[in-house]
Every structure is written in structure tokens, then in C-alpha cells.
Design a protein around this ligand. Sequence first.
Ligand SMILES: [Mn+2]
Length: 441
Amino acid sequence: MESTSYKERRSRLMENLNDGMAIIKAQGHKQRSHDTEYPFRQDSNFKYLTGFNEPESILVLTPNSETKTTLFVRPKDELAELWSGKRMGVEKASELLEIDQVFPINDYEKKIAELMVGHKTIYMDIFNNSKEVNDILSKCQNLQFAKRKSKSQVPQGLSNLRIEVGKMRLIKDQNEIRAMKMAAQATTLAHKGAMAFAAPGKNENEVQAFLEFLFKLKGAEGTAYESIVAGGNNANTLHYVNNNMVLNDGDLLLIDAGAEFNLYAADVTRTFPVNGTFTAAQRDVYQLVLEAQKASLAQAKPGKTLTDVHKESVKVLTDGLIHLRVLEGTLEENLENENYRRFYPHGTSHWLGLDVHDESPYINEKFEEFTFEAGMAFTIEPGLYFPATDATLRNELQGIGIRIEDDILITESGHEVITSGIPKEIKEVEEACKADYKTFL
Ligand SMILES: [Mn+2]
């Protein structure tokens, strides 16, 4: 959990490559429409291992060579920099990023083959880029031919780098935790601001604009994922991102949105009444989801698993659905038949970090689930969804969709809810709805 440098992360990764080497590419540019691009966002693993935020760069780790770390970057270029911004360039990159050798990106093709010698496997992102996989395989083949009479090891195949880096990313160090807390802080203020700002007659996209404005105003880079701002029955579309409907008096508003800070994500959902006061039916369902989240939270401590967390939510929700007379029969038979799935169709948790659904593995090499250790981070997000079109439901339940999601960090003694500053109890939520949104500016 102590702070680690990018250099230490690279060394730790190299220790786990078993005579292999690694090639990690920076994110490329993605075209949005003619002559415009999507905002650049660095590849998470490249960021994790370098801290370097430029496109058109490649990191090569060669633990069996004399020179173990090589980086290819965009060279300094006055004209290109006039149009597209400053580049770190070859000289500065070597010094600032603590890399053994740095070359211009155009040298990659002619240098990569010699870097491969002495290594048995190549770890790379094999599933996300088939074109590069083919290219590397043909380089391996050429090298095997060229070196067939020499007594040196050359790569015989490929391995998935994402699993190796994902295992490291499972435990956050102090620097990562600090970034996640910064993301959580901006997210906290933005959700509170949105509760104050939302009102009958406003459009979902106005609330979204205010929320995302606050992300940036409160120090974050922007959103960690596409915000879901879903009034009334729209909350029953789990990944609703149209965000273009008018908010109605008497409806709830579900907002699933999180800020990104230094590429670390927050991921939070709150559901609150558009007019500031829950109806009796909304209150019952909300309280039930809240109880489920609290039961799950009690499982968030070293030694437990995400399955333990999920089971608690499922148990409380199922029991509550029986009390609400949505489900019939005993708790045992309803759990057995997983009848809750109709109203709670998603999981309770996912890892959180550089990716909002952090790409760490859930199962270890022995096919066992990871047990919690200090430094692991994940969400707890139970919900209940009662579509307006479900005629089997009582009238007052139809159109209610509620999810409550917080970000959890496992500590030595239990856990910390890093998004705990966002109102969640019914009374707190109603109060936050009545606040003056201008105080957030
Ligand atoms: Mn989530």
C-alpha cells in the first residue's frame, strides 16, 4: 500500500514475466468525424507503467537484456507542436521518465527485433489489436529464421499482458488512493450540486451539464464514463445515456456518474426525488435498496469476497420484495430460484481504479475468487427496477428505478467508503434536494 514509482512498477512487472518481454502501446488517436478526434485518453496500462500521457508511444520491457527499459516517443517537432501541443521529446523522456533508453517512434520497426532476442515469450495486449498481433508474430518468425544457427533464445509465442498488469493493479498504492480520493471529492460535490439543481420542468441534459461542470470546477479532468441521468422510468434502462427528457414532478431521478482524476475513476449512483420529497412507495423501495447496500458493506473487510458482498444484497432485496408483495413464497425458495433477477438483473460490485470497471482479474490461478486485502477498491451498487410497462406490479411501484452506489477501499481493519460524503439516508437526501445550487459555484 506504500507509494510506488512507475519505475518500481516496471521492475515488479518484469519479475513476473518468466523469461518473457513486454510491449505496451500508448492509446492512439480515434477519429470522431471528418478532421476531428475523440478527446485523447491514455491507455490505462501504459499510464500505470510510465505516467506518460502522450499518444504514439511504445514501452518495451526486456528483463533478459542489458538494457531493460526502452521507450519510443514522438520526437520534438516545431510545426507539429504548433498545431497539436508540446511533446516531451526523446531527451527529456529519458530523464523525466527514468527509462534506460528512448528513441523516436519511427525507430520502433528497426529496433524491435533486436530487443526481442533473449526472451521466450512476448507479453502484449493480444486481444485488443489483431493487426499488431499478426505483425509481431511475423517478426518472431523472421527472427527465428535469422537466428536459427545462433545460440540465442527468440520468442516462440505470445501471452496476455493484461492479466499480469491487472494482478498488480488489484492492490492500490498510496498514490493511486490519493487520486481516487480526489476523483471521489469532485464527484461528491457534483452529486450534491445535482440534487440541489434538479427540479420539475428541467431537462435531464441540464442536470448533466451542471453535474459535469462541477466535476471540472472541483478539480477533476471530467467524466470517468458516460453519465447516466435518468428521470422516472428511464432509470429502468440500465445504461440509459440519452439524457434528453424533461423531469417530472413526483418522479425520481437516478444519476450514475463519476469524475476522473489523473485517470482514476469514481463511480457513484444516487437516486433522489425530482421535487425534493419521496412518495411513500418511493421511500419504501429506496429504504430497501439502502438496507441492501448496508448489509453488503458489512462484508467489505479483509478475508471476504465480492461474492459475500453480492449475497448480502441479494438476500436483503429478496426478503424486501416479499414484504413489498412483489414476490410470493418463502425467502429460501425465492433465493433458490433467483426470482430477484427480474428486478435486480445486475451484479453488486466491480473493481475500480484506472478503469471504471477496473481490468483486474476476479479469479486467481487456482480458479478461486480473490479475497479482500487492504488496498483493493470496488463499488457496491444494489438496485431495484420496476418498469412502467410491467403490469404485474402495483400501480405505485411502476416506473420506479433505484440504485445506490458507493466506492469502497479495503483497509487493514475493514473498509473506507471514499464517497461517503454524498447524502444517502432519506432525510439527508431530501435536505440536499432543498439546498441552493448556487452555493456550489
Ligand atoms: Mn458501477
